[in-house]
Every structure is written in C-alpha cells, then in structure tokens.
Write a new protein. Structure first.
Length: 145
C-alpha cells in the first residue's frame, strides 16, 4: 500500500458515496467513530484516553498503487492508471457535498543520499489537478535489504 487515495470531510456521506461507486476501499471511517476501534478490548481499557478520541471527519482510503516504497516511478505510473480507470467516480467524488479533501499519498522510502528528489510526471499532476486531488509524500525510514 505505498500509494493511497484518501477522501475526507466532516459532512461527507461516505457510505452513500461508496454504495454508488466501484471503488474498493482499504479502510472506511465515520465522523464520531472511536479512533482505534479495531484495537483489542484489553488495549482499549489500558489506554482509556485513546478509546475516547473520535474521528472528526468521515472518509475512506483506497490503494492506488501497491508498488514498493522503493519504487516511486512505478507508484506514479500505477496512480495515473488508477486515476484514468476511476476518473468518472473520482470526478463525482470531487463534487460530493461535504468533501473537504481528496489526497493521493505516495509512501516513499528515504534513501541514504545527501539530497533526495522524486519526480511526478505532468500527466499524473494534470489528472490530479483536473480531479481536485492534492499531492502528499510521506517519507518512511530506510529498511534493511
């Protein structure tokens, strides 16, 4: 799950949107749901404060690319294909009442170099702009191997 599309909004009717869409969410959450609701009950009792925190927005996440954290070029190619394939649904999503943000989050591994850059092709950026999708790059520590 190195590149994930997320859509959120405090008044977003996530269930209504997903019923009419062909997107297969990885995760769905609703405003007011407890954060960590999937944690084991004994963890919830130990961390009572965590159990009291709630989502302030409704939303969902869907995988746009399963390419490796080490392969941002493949992630970008996959993400462009994902956006083209789901363009009608994503266009509808952008116009949904209550939507506050649609983000494409690229998970990229830090490399042991002095300066790290990542390139995003104009086709991808154009698609994202047309669909009202913001770009996020989340850096992860380098893993062994």
């Amino acid at each position: 799950m190195s590149c994930v599309l997320r859509a959120v909004g405090a008044e977003f009717e996530v269930d209504a949107f997903l019923r009419c869409s062909r997107l297969s969410p990885l995760k769905v959450w609703r405003r007011g749901d407890r954060l960590g609701a999937r944690a084991a009950p004994e963890q919830m009792l130990i961390e009572h404060e965590v159990a009291e925190k709630k989502y302030g927005q409704s939303g969902f996440a869907v995988v746009a690319s399963a390419a490796s954290f080490r392969d941002p070029v493949k992630q970008a190619t996959d993400a462009a294909c994902f956006l083209r394939r789901h363009e009608p649904a994503l266009s509808q999503l952008a116009g949904c009442p209550g939507i506050e943000a649609i983000l494409l989050d690229f998970g990229i591994e830090d490399r042991p170099v002095e300066q790290q850059t990542n390139y995003f092709p104009p086709e991808l950026l154009n698609l994202m702009g047309r669909l009202g999708i913001g770009l996020v790059v989340t850096r992860y520590p380098e893993t062994a191997g």
